[in-house]
Design a protein around this ligand. Structure first.
Ligand code: SF4
Ligand code: SF4
Length: 383
């Protein structure tokens, strides 16, 4: 695995060399909260859990290496391509933070450092493409079709203009899994939930990759609509949207994930028991980052038999899809997903998760067990 990983990172490194060439490094001073960086005492506990290090095998691609590089930048080292490679390949999965005996929060530090690289005009081509797609088209894929293309004219005309509850669909379900969006909205409409008139990307891809100022613009457009509508609860089925809405938007409304909403309304849903055994993959940004562990399990257990994966909840291994790694380093991302599939127990009918990015990455990794979103399981149980 390490050799395979080495090949993967060598390809990625070559790719970065060209992208960074010609940029003026060190144009600005590098500013990241020193206290958070110096919390890291270089003990190396995190080396054994960083999923990227597990694939790549190089010190600069593990948590400790990243923290050391950021320290160097604070102390005046010019940000060169190895820095970009190291910082851009962190999925922000957060397992290192959960294990760190010194209380460091490396993904937070990495994100802050990425924002500094953006300030210094040091970014990858993939990151620039992503930013431009979000700012130009309001979605991370650069899709030009209407965000609500998955609804018919008649369905569109029936969407309430105002409601206390809004379903925030997200780019992934809008454009890659419209069938999830349709199923989710189908369930939520029973409870009077509506949609934003002109939903934009939640800004998670920009926030995670350091484009903080650009993220503000997109967030503002969503915020204006939420305020105008007077909604007090936002429901989302994407773990990335969830963490952005909950932790990066002003605390003006309640943010709830689809599994939490479903768990709260189980009795109203009238779900039938299915003869399935499934396992559940905790998305990092729903689980470790926000501690939503019980709600999805409650929903699953109301429908089927749950057989847990090898590493679960705060110990769940990352699918590799987050932090901009899927776009920037697809090969590394895929290796992480393959590793996660090794945690799947024998004798399950489905791998269930509650994030479309996890669905996509785990599906891309192959394997012989179908990966489904929790809403699909619920839809089956609703008959
Ligand atoms: S981040 Fe925490 S666990 Fe990792 S090397 Fe630093 S102090 Fe140790
Ligand atoms: S957040 Fe995850 S990928 Fe990033 S350094 Fe920590 S363990 Fe590694």
């Amino acid at each position: 695995m390490k050799n395979e990983g080495k090949k993967v990172i060598e390809q990625a490194r070559d790719q970065d060399k060209t992208e960074i060439a010609g940029k003026e490094s060190g144009k600005h001073s590098f500013e990241v909260d020193r206290r958070s960086v110096y919390k890291c005492v270089q003990c190396g506990t995190c080396r054994s859990v960083c999923p990227v290090f597990d694939v790549v095998g190089w010190e600069s691609a593990n948590t400790r290496g990243r923290m050391l590089i950021i320290k160097g930048l604070l102390e005046g080292r010019a940000p060169l391509e190895d820095v970009l490679q190291s910082l851009a390949s962190c999925t922000t999965c957060g397992i290192c933070a959960s294990r760190c005996p010194a209380g460091a929060n490396p993904p937070e530090v990495v994100e802050a450092a990425r924002a500094q690289l953006v300030k210094c005009d040091i970014t990858t081509e993939a990151q620039e493409k992503l930013k431009s797609a979000v700012l130009t088209y309001g979605n991370s894929f650069g899709e030009t079709k209407d965000r609500k293309h998955w609804l018919s004219e008649t369905e569109l005309s029936k969407i309430p203009e105002k409601s206390d509850y809004v379903y925030f669909v997200g780019c992934f379900d809008s454009y890659r899994y419209p069938e999830f969006a349709k199923k989710t909205f189908g369930v939520l409409q029973r409870f009077g939930v509506t949609l934003l008139p002109d939903e934009q990307c939640c800004a998670s891809p920009l926030l995670r990759t350091g484009f903080k100022k650009d993220a503000e613009k997109v967030m503002q457009r969503n915020l204006e609509q939420i305020r105008k509508m007077g909604a007090n609860t936002i429901i989302t089925s994407c773990a990335g949207c969830y963490t952005a809405l909950k932790n990066n938007y002003p605390e003006e409304f309640r943010v709830i994930s689809l599994p939490e909403f479903l768990a709260e309304h189980l009795e109203d849903l009238d779900l039938k028991k299915l003869d399935f055994t499934v396992t559940y993959h905790d998305p990092c940004h729903l689980g470790r980052h926000n501690e939503v562990y019980d709600a999805p399990r409650k929903v699953i257990e109301a429908i089927s038999t749950l057989k847990e994966m090898k590493n679960i909840k705060e110990n769940a291994r990352c699918c590799g899809g987050g932090g901009g790694v899927r776009i920037g380093y697809p090969d590394i991302s895929l290796e992480l997903a393959k590793n996660r599939l090794q945690d799947v127990p024998e004798g399950v009918d489905y791998i269930v998760t509650s994030c479309p990015l996890c669905v996509r990455n785990l599906r891309d990794a192959g394997g012989n067990i179908e990966v489904i979103d929790i809403v699909e399981l619920v839809a089956m149980a609703m008959g």
